[in-house]
Design a protein around this ligand. Structure first.
Ligand code: FAD
Length: 530
């Protein structure tokens, strides 16, 4: 538990807090990573742990200091939002109050047998504890040294673990789920006087002594836990998470060009690998990771299909090389920014040229999770929208998109279909038993925004059951949130927030404009939820 790996930036101690390092930058505006919006703020604090050599003491000092920051915000009548990697396109990490940069809060450690509850009959090897600011890439690297691996992640990995979890970041591990589905314990600082260890009652993991070491209050409750998992900064400061990991494994990866046609469409809508006539590398074997990408301008009408098979780790493979700066697991946001909006007549040839250079087919590429999904940066400005739909609507949505592109396009971007097992997170957007995430990655332009809007309007107009990724471009308001994610789930989430946070003043501190717009703040003002 005391073992930790750290990368540190040095910040001078500029204020009176005696414990953690808090650097008040004095910044009055914040621009998200994609430079898609600018937000006036009252300040941005860079946070860092102390480095006394006692990791647990440093971690606990940070807890106490964060409580102090919450108290100061209450006293000043201002708000706080916790930043992850700042990769979201929505203003979900924004507030006009104080922003907290958590990236230097990147302690992590394995847990021991004494940290496990007697009710948990699993090996401590299966779990790993991470402080909130550890990036997904850092986690992958640290796990690898322990012969362990993340089960899944997004395609690119510059997010922090809590930032990624908080919007429901997903890959395309079809039978696994998203990042939040691998989290089994949450340490949340909810007020100046309360911080909790939250886990499912149906899945108790840690011992009372583990919780006592953090000086936290133990809550075992499925409904509260499921609500906090995808809570985009609204349940307080999530200081640490316990994740489930897999033994280190390899992907055997392929990206193929296949005929677009009924056989492919059927597979995209059923994931029935046992009955497909599409020639896949290992016949009927169900891949661990599967996704398709459609280039709507391909004159040969071919689609890209990525299939990755899970294989035991061995040391004889050759890790993948980055080709032109692109990794085997890359998706649209990693490469679309290499182009800019062109006059409509040129869009097809530009998209064609980009896809053939950045998204070339490959075969029999081996790598660990961190080697296949290795990008931590973006190439230029880019826009991204992701909507979750049930499997049996995939082709209906595909046809809507192709028709829109023909009649109201051209869309300067790519269309991808990724798949994950449904989540237990109350407001997780991957809510269908298997959710297909229809992803539109486009150039940064008004034309892309217009195309997204047309697409979303069509989904509403045709009554397609769908959801929006909370961290990507979306079109939501209070009634839409209640329709898409269901009023029942919204009420459950609101009630859980009140029960976990308890203190209305602290709830107000962790409420931002988007939450008000979406009606996810209502219990702050004690409104009765219908
Ligand atoms: C190039 C690129 C590729 C992407 N690929 C994918 C992909 O493959 N799959 C996918 O699903 N998404 C993808 N995304 C979207 C991205 O994963 C999500 O928007 C994710 O939430 C961003 O994480 P972050 O660490 O940057 O967090 P931020 O965007 O900074 O914050 C996200 C939310 O988490 C909250 N938060 C962060 N830390 C804490 C904390 N300690 N306590 C409480 N709340 C906290 C913030 O307040 C905010 O509400 C991609 C984005 C980019 C830029």
């Amino acid at each position: 538990m005391r073992e930790a790996l750290r990368t540190r930036r040095f910040y001078p101690l500029t204020q009176t807090n005696p414990t953690m390092i808090i650097h008040k930058t004095g910044n009055k505006k914040w621009i998200n990573r994609h430079e898609t919006f600018e937000q006036p703020i009252s300040d941005l604090y860079d946070l860092a742990n102390r480095d006394t050599g006692d990791v647990l003491a440093d971690y606990n000092d940070t807890t106490t200091s964060i409580q102090g920051i919450i108290q100061q915000a209450i006293n000043a009548g201002t708000t706080i939002r916790v930043l992850g990697g700042e990769w979201s396109w929505t203003k979900i990490a924004a507030t006009n109050g104080i922003l907290l940069n958590t990236k230097p809060l990147n302690l992590s450690f394995k847990i021991g047998q004494q940290n496990l509850s007697p009710a948990c009959n699993r090996s401590p090897e299966e779990f790993y504890f991470s402080q909130c600011g550890t990036s997904v890439k850092e986690l992958s690297d640290r796990l690898r040294k322990r012969n362990r691996s993340l089960k899944t992640s997004g395609a690119s990995n510059g997010q922090t673990i809590v930032g990624a979890m908080s919007t429901g970041t997903h890959g395309s591990a079809i039978d696994v789920g998203s990042i939040q589905d691998c989290v089994v314990g949450l340490h949340i600082i909810v007020s100046p006087v309360r911080h909790v260890w939250l886990e499912r009652k149906s899945n108790p993991i840690v011992s009372q002594s583990f919780v006592s070491n953090l000086h936290a209050t133990l809550i075992q409750d499925d409904s509260l836990f499921n609500a906090a998992l995808v809570s985009f900064g609204s349940f307080g400061f999530i200081h640490g998470v316990l994740i489930e990991t897999d033994p280190l494994f390899l992907y055997r990866s392929y990206r193929l060009k296949v005929e677009s046609g009924d056989d492919l469409y059927e597979l995209m809508e059923t994931l029935d690998f046992g009955n497909t006539s599409i020639a896949l590398p290992f016949g009927n074997e169900r891949p661990y990771h599967f996704q398709t990408l459609i280039n709507q301008y391909d004159s040969k009408n071919q689609a890209y299909l990525t299939a990755m098979y899970k294989r035991p780790y061995n040391t004889t493979y050759t890790p993948p090389a980055l080709t032109g700066g692109f990794a085997p697991g890359d998706d649209g946001p990693s490469f679309i920014g290499a182009i800019t909006q062109a006059i409509p007549a040129l869009v097809p040839s530009i998209v064609n040229a980009l896809i053939s250079s950045a998204y070339a087919p490959y075969s029999n590429v081996w790598g660990t999770h961190g080697e296949i999904f290795s990008n931590t940066d973006t190439h230029g400005k880019v826009l991204s929208s992701a909507t979750g739909v049930p499997l049996n609507y995939v082709n209906k949505v595909r046809l809507i998109l192709l028709e829109l592109n023909k009649t109201k396009g051209p869309f300067a971007g790519v269309i991808a279909f990724r798949y994950v097992k449904g989540t237990q997170a109350t407001l997780g957007f991957t809510k269908f038993p298997i959710t297909c995430i229809v992803e539109l990655d486009g150039v940064f332009s008004n034309e892309s925004y217009r195309f997204y809007d047309l697409f979303w309007n069509e989904l509403f107009a045709q009554n397609i059951p769908f959801t929006f990724h909370w961290g990507k471009l979306l079109k939501l308001d209070n009634p839409k949130v209640r329709t898409l994610y269901t009023a029942e789930k919204v009420n459950e989430w609101l009630a859980a927030r009140k029960k976990v946070m308890v203190d209305p003043l602290s709830m107000r501190v962790f409420t931002n404009d988007l939450m008000v717009e979406w009606g996810l703040d209502t219990l702050v003002s004690e409104d009765v939820v219908a």
